[in-house]
Design a protein around this ligand. Structure first.
Ligand code: HGY
Ligand code: MN
Ligand code: MN
Length: 431
């Protein structure tokens, strides 16, 4: 048996203990950047908290002996240069941004796992044959601006700077301004588009309860659901709450409420793969004694099958139009996200399965109901995801938790996969 194998497996328990301690420490360290007043983490793209987190990640990557650089939109990379001339890079990592009042693990875990894995590989085996990189992707959630996957979308050509011209956040701040203020967006900076990535591996928390409930230690993600997001604006007539008879109202809030309940009823009738959520709603003038003249709400709809998702959304919009017509309201529909369902790379999934078996780690192939940067990378290069359990399936919440032992399981498997792809002779070209 090749002695690296022996060395790696004999002190595996010690290694796992160290990985668990290291991961727990780094998760708490990164959560400081954006700690909010409700004990959660809020690190929105191009905000001060985001910038501080990004600088901290870059500094830590340098401490680990990685070559650190960033690109035009603020993706931060830590690189272990390969000794072979072929310019293939194996990339791992996840997103640095969070939702409002989010948890410590969503996105962050994939970044710290990649940092720990590269640190271990460099200390144990020296320089790889093929370059290995960990990336802190600048944005995935779409929490600040109405656009998701800004980091991975720029690397893969799925997005470009043209798309964000005129785009503003809820406070009316221009995307371009916020990016420039963070020191990015300048054409003189390193271009974002890359063609050297031979594989992308993303470690992430499951954000659901399947692994914990069924007792699996890791999830190997075969596919990611498709996702569409819309903003609907209902316009009626502002009026006095006390003097306007019920029969004479054009109440935008009542109209929106009927649409939202209709959405839930229809989604329940479709099938359990379909989920639809109204996550954000605003009313104008938003006063207790005024009939709202304008209500804006978002819809996030997802399904594993593209056609079923499309049919559901077409039906949703026509039902909203009927309700608006009956109530003499005006309906405006603004679709701003449309990501297709994606099958991830089966060869890489097979490698992860084999590694889990080698380490006697229970694992389960599954579909992700959450969207991830991996669905943007997969059409661009062979991509796979590895899930660690979320306690009680909680995510996008300060209560988000994954045990250090589970985080170590994921990092142990990542180390093996990066070793195979980065150090072993025969890189499997036809992944
Ligand atoms: O919304 C999602 O599915 C992911 O957390 N961005
Ligand atoms: Mn998320
Ligand atoms: Mn995420």
């Amino acid at each position: 048996v090749d002695n690296t194998e022996a060395k790696f497996t004999t002190n595996e328990n010690n290694l796992k203990r160290d990985l668990a301690a290291g991961a727990a420490k780094l998760i708490e360290w990164l959560a400081v950047f954006g700690r909010d007043s409700h004990d959660g983490v809020t690190r929105l793209l191009y905000t001060q908290e985001w910038r501080a987190g990004q600088l901290a990640v870059a500094t830590k990557m340098k401490e680990y002996g990685l070559y650190v650089y960033d690109d035009q939109v603020g993706n931060v990379f830590g690189r272990l240069e390969g000794t072979l001339p072929d310019n293939k890079t194996i990339l791992t990592g996840s997103h640095l941004d969070t939702v409002n009042n989010g948890g410590k693990y969503d996105g962050a875990y994939g970044i710290i796992a990649g940092m720990i894995a590269l640190d271990y590989l460099l200390q144990t085996y020296g320089s790889p044959k093929r370059s290995l990189e960990v990336v802190a992707l600048c944005e995935e959630e779409g929490s600040r601006f109405p656009l998701t996957f800004w980091g991975s979308g720029n690397i893969t050509g799925h997005h470009d700077i043209e798309q964000i011209k005129g785009m503003k956040d809820a406070d009316g701040i221009l995307f371009m301004e916020a990016m420039k203020e963070s020191g990015y967006g300048d054409p003189s900076l390193k271009p974002t588009r890359r063609n050297d990535i031979a594989a992308f591996i993303e470690l992430h928390i499951e954000q659901g309860i399947l692994l914990e409930r069924r007792g699996y230690r890791l999830g190997i993600v075969e596919a990611i659901v498709g996702q569409k997001r819309f903003t609907f604006t209902i316009t009626g007539e502002t009026g006095h709450a006390g003097t306007t008879p019920m029969t004479l109202r054009k109440d935008a809030m009542a109209g929106a409420s009927e649409m939202i309940l209709q959405l839930e009823k229809t989604a329940l009738r479709v099938d359990k793969q379909l989920v639809a959520t109204v996550g954000r709603i605003t009313a104008e003038p938003n006063a207790a004694n005024v009939i709202p003249g304008k209500v804006t709400f978002t819809v996030d709809a997802r399904h594993t099958v593209e056609n079923d998702l499309n049919q559901f959304c077409i039906g949703m919009i026509s039902r909203f139009q009927e309700i608006a017509a009956t109530r003499e309201l005006h309906l405006d529909c603004h679709p701003w996200m449309d990501e297709k369902p994606v099958q991830l790379n089966d060869n890489l999934a097979g490698k992860l399965e084999q590694i889990c078996q080698n380490h006697d780690i229970s694992h389960h192939r599954m579909v992700s109901g959450a969207g991830h940067d991996s669905q943007i990378f997969q059409p661009h290069c062979p991509t796979v995801m590895l899930f660690v359990p979320s306690h009680r399936g909680i995510s996008h919440s300060p209560l988000e938790f994954t045990s250090p032992e589970s985080m170590a399981d994921g990092i142990l498997v990542l180390i093996d996969l990066l070793y195979q792809l980065g150090y072993e002779e025969n890189f499997d070209e036809n992944l």
